[in-house]
Design a protein around this ligand. Structure first.
Ligand SMILES: O=C(O)C1=C[C@@H](OP(=O)(O)O)[C@@H](O)[C@H](O)C1
Ligand SMILES: C=C(OP(=O)(O)O)C(=O)O
Length: 441
């Protein structure tokens, strides 16, 4: 019997469907990972209960919820007070150890929670997937030590580690090099209202990736009543200050994950079709909003209507020369579209992707080239010269965005099989069903 996507196991090969005609679909994309995990942390640190509506339910967000629960926070999963859709109630009842936190391979969990643990009373042990041991964490660990925390990390500056929480943290000024991950800055800012002196974070590295994600942190802190000074609000370049103070419990509706909307929008571009993503926010800090501009330059046209974002493909896909430093998590999906374009592309500014779920620059190069492509790595990006591709196995290296990138290529290339499509569970467990639903297969 042929395997259906729902039956696919972690190691099975998922035959990526080719599109026999132009896609015409509406795709409801679940909530943002980055917003859900920030909202959970802020609600756990608040002085009153809060609600999260339409939270993302995926591996990364369930790991975050479980970790906060392990430290004593109550998170009740259910439907909202008006009965519409999923809503989680967060009761910030205490932060206590001893506890063990499984970070999986979630950057948000491994970076946002050690500062929270420093505020807990007791030992909090952090462990995770093998890859989490290799992902940079030194910026958070070193900064927390400067701010008064006691941490045992075998001197590797990485996981596994134990934070010996003492119920409070001094806080104050700290210098960090966040060139390997913006999440170092976000992590320190998110917990800072609860530090005795708040925090002043000064980034001293040469580059700083993913600035929109830092803006998301600042916006969400302000929305729960925190006072934050930023470079954009007249402060010094590369310096963020958070004043100590109580945080409000909020009733927050999570926006759809615009980075997870990417493969579906790419489908409209690749097939010359039309895809509507309902509830696309008019104003957002999510990096995925840049797709409107990037996919327009690559040949699509975008319209933000009362119903959401509509992307219409023209039947042609153009190459692009673009710095993706602000929006690095979009790189695998853009590389997939670029491999199918009518001219070469250069993707720049994303050296830090080598330290993501996998070395994404190496993985994209190898997997697209194995299908007959012509991709070369530069120090900070990719050169992609489109060539006719053929079928084959597309390996994912436990990286959700490799799986969705492979599916985009599979739309136009017969016989692409995705190894471990189940890895999309990190941020989009419904991916195979949403994908076949969009294609009507
Ligand atoms: O703060 C966040 O929610 C994120 C920040 C970015 O991390 P890096 O700055 O490490 O790239 C991004 O790539 C990641 O997917 C989510
Ligand atoms: C880099 C990513 O995730 P993480 O939050 O684990 O860093 C991503 O989702 O593309």
């Amino acid at each position: 019997m042929p395997e259906t996507p729902a039956q696919t196991t972690a190691t099975a090969l998922w035959p990526a469907p080719t599109a026999s005609e132009a896609v015409d679909a509406t795709v409801h994309v679940p909530g943002s990972k980055s917003v859900t995990n920030r909202a959970l942390v802020l609600a756990a640190l608040a002085s009153e209960p809060g609600w999260l509506r339409r939270p993302l339910r995926s591996r990364d967000t369930l790991l975050m919820a479980d970790a906060l629960r392990a430290m004593g926070v109550q998170i009740e999963e259910g439907v909202g007070p008006d009965g519409t859709g999923e809503a989680w109630r967060v009761l910030p009842t205490g932060l206590n150890g001893p506890a063990t936190v499984d970070v999986g391979n979630a950057g948000t969990v491994m970076r946002f929670l050690p500062p929270v643990a420093a505020l807990a009373d007791g030992d909090i042990r952090f462990d995770g997937d093998p890859r989490s041991y290799e992902r940079p964490l030194h910026g958070v660990i070193d900064a927390l030590r400067v701010l008064g925390a006691r941490i045992d990390d075998d001197d590797r500056g990485a996981l596994p580690l134990t934070v010996h929480g003492s119920g409070a943290l001094d806080g104050g000024p700290v210098e960090i090099d966040a060139s390997s991950s913006s999440q170092f800055v976000s992590a320190l800012l998110l917990s800072a209202p609860r530090f005795n002196q708040g925090v002043e974070v000064r980034h001293i590295g040469s580059t700083l990736p993913s600035l929109p994600h830092i803006r998301m942190t600042v916006d969400m802190l302000r929305a729960v009543g925190a006072q934050v000074d930023t470079p954009e609000s007249g402060g010094e370049p590369n310096v963020w200050r958070v004043t100590p103070g109580a945080l409000l419990g909020r009733d927050l509706t999570v926006e759809p994950d615009l980075s997870n909307a990417q493969p579906f929008l790419a489908a409209a571009l690749v097939t010359g079709g039309r895809v509507l993503i309902p509830d696309w926010p008019v104003r957002t800090t999510q990096p995925g909003d840049r797709l409107r501009e990037i996919f327009t330059e690559m040949g699509g046209s975008c319209e933000l209507t009362d119903y959401g974002l509509v992307l219409t493909g023209s039947g042609s896909i153009h190459g692009i020369d673009v710095d993706l430093g602000d929006v690095g998590e979009l790189t695998p999906g853009i590389a997939a579209v670029a491999a199918l374009a009518d001219s070469p592309s250069t993707l720049r500014g994303v050296a830090h992707l080598r330290l993501h779920e996998t070395d994404r620059l190496a993985a994209l190069t190898k997997e697209i080239n194995e299908l007959g492509g012509d991709v070369t790595e530069s120090a900070d990006g990719l050169h992609i010269r489109p060539r006719p591709l053929h079928g084959g196995t597309f390996h994912t290296y436990d990286d959700h965005r490799m799986a969705t990138a492979g599916a985009v290529i599979g739309l136009a290339v017969e016989g692409v099989r995705i190894e471990n499509v189940a890895t999309t569970a990190k941020t989009l467990p419904d991916f195979p069903d949403l994908w076949t639903g969009m294609l009507g297969v």
